[in-house]
Ligand binder design. Structure first.
Ligand SMILES: [Zn+2]
Length: 384
């Protein structure tokens, strides 16, 4: 026999739904999300049925003490000459600095003239807007220097470590408050409701500690957000207001901070620092192979000016990525091992690792990438 839910049960269910909605995020396809409740972080689950054109959903660990962070590849390639838009509805457009009339960040979007480019975090959009404005106001030589410094800082492992320590310092207490609030609402609350008769003063004794936890969470979130994130004042106020009305948001407040606090770092730098070893080698290998063997599918526009900008940007990324690997004592050649040959396979694609029964040729999936023979000496594997 089905009985109607009481108001208390209904409220608990609604708060629970809001809590789990805080664990799922729609992000641009350039975003890389790491999450874990225990130990080193792992890539967040991103089911195929939750992927759309230019975006995907990332499912974060639902445990209240879990940690999550988001980094991203820039959706725009930048060179001293201009910007080539790689992803989103304006992919394929190129804007020379001489033609750049306005650059501004608006929440998660970067606006270049009339083109809006979506980032995973508002902090990242603001950082690149500031960089592009500085480059716009500089000479061509100065632009190259500014860009190199910006890209190098995205791969600096010492800065990642310092940032990890700072974020931990400002979110540790907040995570504890979030955990207590979660237990108070979803464990202690139902326990009282189903085991104790309503007595005078019971509601006061339940809601007073809850209110104190709630208020403390809002205050700690406000401080951490102010110290760690670059969001505009209006966005920060808006987020604090959300916490004032949503207990579920307070339970996920520490994750909300840490999710955005590492947006200025490259995904591979974060991977070296926090990714689980079982996923690290494959992630670094894939990144290195993509940079070493770019294909025309990487460039939504094959015009010479677009390709030149992308190649300049890729070359800078590759150089800086290799410097980071050296700093982390990771041997580049060990990331470029050929796969174990399947029966009958004669060659393999050095970018996607697909195997072919052809002795040579180009990969079907990676346009323009020549196949490597399994007989080829390893010393011959470097791209020309
Ligand atoms: Zn391939």
């Amino acid at each position: 026999m089905i009985t109607a839910l009481s108001d208390t049960e209904l409220i608990l269910i609604v708060v629970g739904v809001f809590y789990f909605s805080e664990c799922i995020f729609w992000l641009p396809e350039t975003a890389v999300t790491l999450t874990s409740a225990f130990g080193k972080l792992r890539f967040a689950t991103s089911p195929v049925f939750l992927r759309r054109t230019n975006s995907q959903a990332a499912i974060l660990s639902p445990f209240p003490w879990s940690k999550s962070l988001v980094t991203e590849d820039w959706p725009v390639a930048v060179s001293p000459g201009g910007m080539a838009i790689l992803f989103g509805p304006h992919a394929g457009q190129i804007i020379a600095f001489e033609d750049l009339e306005s650059v501004e960040a608006e929440k998660h979007s970067l606006r270049l003239n009339k083109c809006s480019i979506r980032f995973a975090t508002s902090s990242a959009a603001l950082q690149i807007a500031t960089l592009l404005q500085d480059m716009k106001d500089s000479t061509v030589d100065e632009r190259g220097s500014l860009l190199r410094t910006a890209i190098q800082s995205r791969f600096l492992l010492s800065e990642v470590s310092a940032r990890l320590e700072k974020v931990e310092r400002f979110t540790d207490s907040l995570r504890t408050i979030s955990l207590f609030m979660f237990l108070w609402v979803f464990a202690y609350g139902p326990l009282l409701y189903y085991s104790v008769d309503l007595q005078p003063g019971l509601l006061f004794r339940y809601f007073t500690p809850l209110g104190i936890l709630w208020l403390t969470g809002v205050v700690l979130f406000s401080i951490a957000q102010y110290k760690l994130l670059l969001n505009s004042s209006s966005e920060q106020i808006s987020r604090v207001a959300t916490l004032c009305f949503s207990p579920a948001a307070v339970m996920r407040a520490a994750q909300a901070i840490s999710r955005e606090a590492f947006s200025r770092f490259d995904p591979s730098a974060m991977a070296v620092s926090v990714l689980h070893p079982k996923q690290l080698d494959e992630a670094l290998s894939q990144r290195l192979r993509n940079l070493l063997y770019p294909t025309s599918s990487d460039f939504p526009n094959e015009s010479p000016s677009f390709t030149t900008t992308c190649e300049w940007y890729s070359e800078l990324q590759l150089t800086t990525f290799k410097e980071m690997l050296t700093a982390a004592n990771i041997v580049t050649d060990e990331l470029l091992h050929p796969p174990a040959a399947d029966y009958g396979a004669l060659s393999w694609c050095p970018r996607c690792l697909s195997q072919y029964t052809l002795p040579d040729g180009v990969c079907f999936d990676c346009r323009g990438v020549s196949l490597q023979s399994f007989e080829t000496d390893k010393s011959d594997l470097a791209p020309t």
